[in-house]
Design a protein. Structure first.
Length: 347
């Protein structure tokens, strides 16, 4: 497993707080329940009964012969998972250059990579290759994780793991690149289709899906053509892969969500929203993320200046970020997802 612990360039001494702010707004929810359950699942424990202990030599030999991938999966399942407190302590040590702390953080999250990688099988790369690519993303996440964001490491790391895997699949497929806005539109189309299928008890027509998303009829031919292209793309034996390539294949010039917001009108909207929201909430965000020329502060520093406890500042920050994230969301998307948001995110 030595190849999974490649040394990455050292991150900047002072992270760009505005990008961290963007990440908080774009990813306000935890990762899917399936990933969380994998994280919480204890390592499998096998107890040999007397009958099992007296199996034939042939059976023992067959069981002992494992592929390198099987051996790897068994080994990482024996690594203890980390608590939120452990993650914060390790992140602090990693920031001080502790290589052992970095390796422990990586090893404790290798199961997360495997779980995510399994969701991308059948798209051009084998599971072992997907895991290797995902591990590179995990390394990137370990180097850039800041516990001050107030989120668990798995939530932050899942983004980089998926990005690394998707990039590898794109390079492998050498297929047609499409602009990021079309990828996002196809993703919304899929979610709307899933929701309407549950509500109607049948597959909705394209016109019905377009109506829910508020799309003009003139866009239907383009969307239908895009779906047809991705459905006709050769797949492996995964029968339920659907048009997943449509969600996966992005223009290689696509920026990280943090960079997109920094250069996007969303930033202007955020600044405008800060002027209309609760004064204390706006002040906390300005101080926390160094907005409008302010110096970034820790929760403790903000609490001392405002006469609040550290925990209360964290609560105000969370509530304010939630309001901003909701305000930045497209009204049609908010109407579509509403109470279904968490359920749709899990898919």
């Amino acid at each position: 497993m030595g190849s999974f612990f490649l040394r990455l360039p050292e991150p900047p001494a002072h992270p760009i707080h505005l990008r961290r702010f963007a990440l908080e707004l774009r990813f306000p929810f935890d990762i899917d329940d399936s990933i969380r359950k994998c994280q919480q699942r204890p390592p499998p424990h096998r107890e040999l009964s007397d009958d099992m202990a007296t199996n034939t030599k042939k059976e023992i030999k067959e069981e002992s012969v494992q592929s390198p991938l099987e051996t790897y999966l068994r080994e990482i399942n024996e690594t203890a998972l980390l608590s939120a407190k452990d993650e914060k302590e390790l992140a602090r040590m990693i920031g001080e250059g502790d290589v052992n702390a970095r390796d422990r953080m990586v090893r404790a999250n290798l199961r997360l990579v495997v779980n995510i990688a399994r969701g991308y099988t059948g798209k051009g790369l084998g599971l072992q290759d997907l895991i290797e690519e995902g591990n590179l993303g995990l390394l990137r996440a370990v180097e850039g994780f800041d516990p001050a964001m107030g989120t668990r490491f798995s939530t932050y790391a899942s983004y980089w793991i998926k990005q690394s895997i998707k990039r590898a699949l794109i390079n492998c497929a050498k297929t047609i690149r499409i602009p990021a806005y079309m990828v996002e539109l196809l993703s919304k189309w899929r979610r709307a289709t899933n929701r309407l299928t549950e509500e109607l008890g049948r597959t909705p027509t394209p016109e019905e899906v377009a109506r829910v998303l508020g799309l003009p009829k003139k866009k239907l031919p383009i969307i239908k053509k895009a779906i047809k292209i991705y459905n006709s793309t050769p797949q492996t034996d995964q029968a339920d892969s659907g048009w997943s390539l449509g969600e996966m294949v992005m223009d290689e010039r696509l920026k990280n969500p943090e960079d997109e917001m920094v250069e996007h009108d969303d930033l202007k909207n955020v600044m405008q929203m800060l002027k209309t929201m609760d004064g204390r909430e706006a002040t906390v965000l300005r101080m926390r993320f160094g907005l409008e020329g302010m110096t970034p502060h820790t929760l403790k520093e903000i609490g001392e200046k405002l006469g609040l406890t550290r925990e209360r500042v964290r609560q105000i920050e969370t509530e304010a970020l939630g309001k901003l994230a909701e305000g930045l969301q497209d009204p049609r998307e908010r109407e579509l997802e509403g109470p279904f948001r968490r359920r749709l995110v899990r898919r």
